[in-house]
Design a protein around this ligand. Structure first.
Ligand code: FE2
Ligand code: FE2
Length: 373
């Protein structure tokens, strides 16, 4: 499913790159991190934009118009600016391991936000359907602000990601529209759950707020919440997307993949979570729980994250990924074989997670939700 995007298809973004005259040689360390292609890193997506353009939102018109009016009113217009609340950050005084993990967190968040921006902007550019174009223009507006704001934080440390270059140089993964709905819906809702869980935790424990950006998370996550609502409505326009047995298997696949990836990634940043005063297993389970509760609005099933096989297999997967990483760095024939073995262990752990019986859910007649956490 991994395809290199056709550069011609992406030419809407070339101008900024050309203007800045960036070449490969200029790629900074953080831009390099954002470019990295691994199973765990945030990706850029492309899809069948013509098929998406044919969506007819008539079945959800009343709820659709309300959501669009709310996005049009742009409640966060002035939010993503540094104010007096932006305390001075002592980057040089930051403990090196924390600094490394925090930068990794910022770069991967920035890449994920910008990935949404690029996909949404492209949909808006290619579409002719006024409903779809309007929605995607508001969503790309929001994601551009989010990515830009994180990049401002990185810029203070002198390590901003070159987003124009990224648009051109990063590989694009092709997903059929329905996979875009499942994956993007989930990533928007999980984004909301992650931001609000950290925000609430730091509200109660402000001594752990080691960087001002966390103060911006509350209004921020409301944008992600609305974006998720839009995808919930899009899925509701075609009942087959969530009701056929094949699609239920796909939904379960995406839920398992997204949750287990988050578990592996978060556990790779122990020092960062320690500084926040957050227990990673608690945090991840809490985010899964919130996301699953929200997703009842549209998904006919949810994962059983309290099942006795859940956490042990997430842990198996995490160790397998760590071993794959080690094998890759070791290199040579032994490294290759060790890598395959670890890869097989990761696949088995994934299969064990995927086969945990899921919980059935009867979706409500009314799809819309408001942020409640
Ligand atoms: Fe965002
Ligand atoms: Fe979003």
């Amino acid at each position: 499913m991994n395809v290199q995007a056709n550069p011609e298809k992406m030419n809407g973004h070339h101008s900024s790159v050309a203007r800045h005259g960036t070449t490969e040689a200029d790629v900074s360390e953080t831009t390099g991190m954002a470019l990295e292609e691994t199973l765990l890193n945030p990706r850029f997506y492309t899809t069948d934009f013509d098929e998406m353009d044919r969506i007819d939102v008539t079945p959800v018109r009343a709820e659709w118009d309300k959501l669009i009016a709310q996005m049009k009113s742009d409640p966060n217009k002035g939010h993503f600016r540094k104010t007096a609340d932006w305390d001075h950050v002592d980057w040089d005084g930051m403990e090196p391991e924390l600094k490394k993990e925090f930068i990794d967190f910022l770069v991967s968040s920035c890449t994920a936000e910008f990935s949404g921006c690029v996909l949404y902007k492209e949909m808006k550019r290619r579409g002719n359907n006024p409903d779809i174009c309007e929605l995607f223009s508001y969503m790309s507006r929001d994601e551009a602000r989010h990515a830009g704001f994180i990049n401002d934080a990185l810029r203070e440390a002198g390590i901003a990601v070159n987003l124009g270059f990224l648009t051109k140089a990063k590989k694009y993964t092709y997903f059929r529209p329905k996979f875009i709905y499942y994956a993007t819906y989930l990533s928007e809702k999980i984004g909301y759950a992650r931001y609000i869980t950290i925000f609430r935790h730091l509200e109660a424990n402000p001594e752990h707020r080691f960087h001002p950006i966390f103060k911006w998370f509350k209004e921020w996550c409301n944008d992600e919440f609305s974006h998720g609502e839009a995808f919930a409505l899009l899925m509701r326009t075609d009942p087959k997307l969530t009701e056929s047995w094949q699609n239920k298997l796909w939904i379960k696949f995406f839920l398992t993949a997204v949750y287990s990836t988050m578990w592996v990634r978060d556990h790779a940043r122990p020092r960062f979570h320690e500084a926040l005063g957050v227990d990673i297993a608690w945090y991840d389970q809490e985010v899964f729980r919130k996301t699953s509760t929200i997703a009842r609005q549209v998904f006919p099933l949810e994962l059983d994250i309290d099942h006795p096989r859940w956490i042990p297999n997430l842990e198996r997967m995490r160790h397998a990924f760590a071993d794959m990483d080690r094998a890759k760095r070791a290199g040579g024939v032994t490294g290759k074989i060790a890598g395959w073995l670890a890869g097989a262990r990761a696949a088995l752990a994934f299969a064990a997670l995927y086969t945990i019986p899921s919980k059935k859910n009867a979706v409500p007649a009314n799809v819309r939700l408001e942020p409640a956490y």
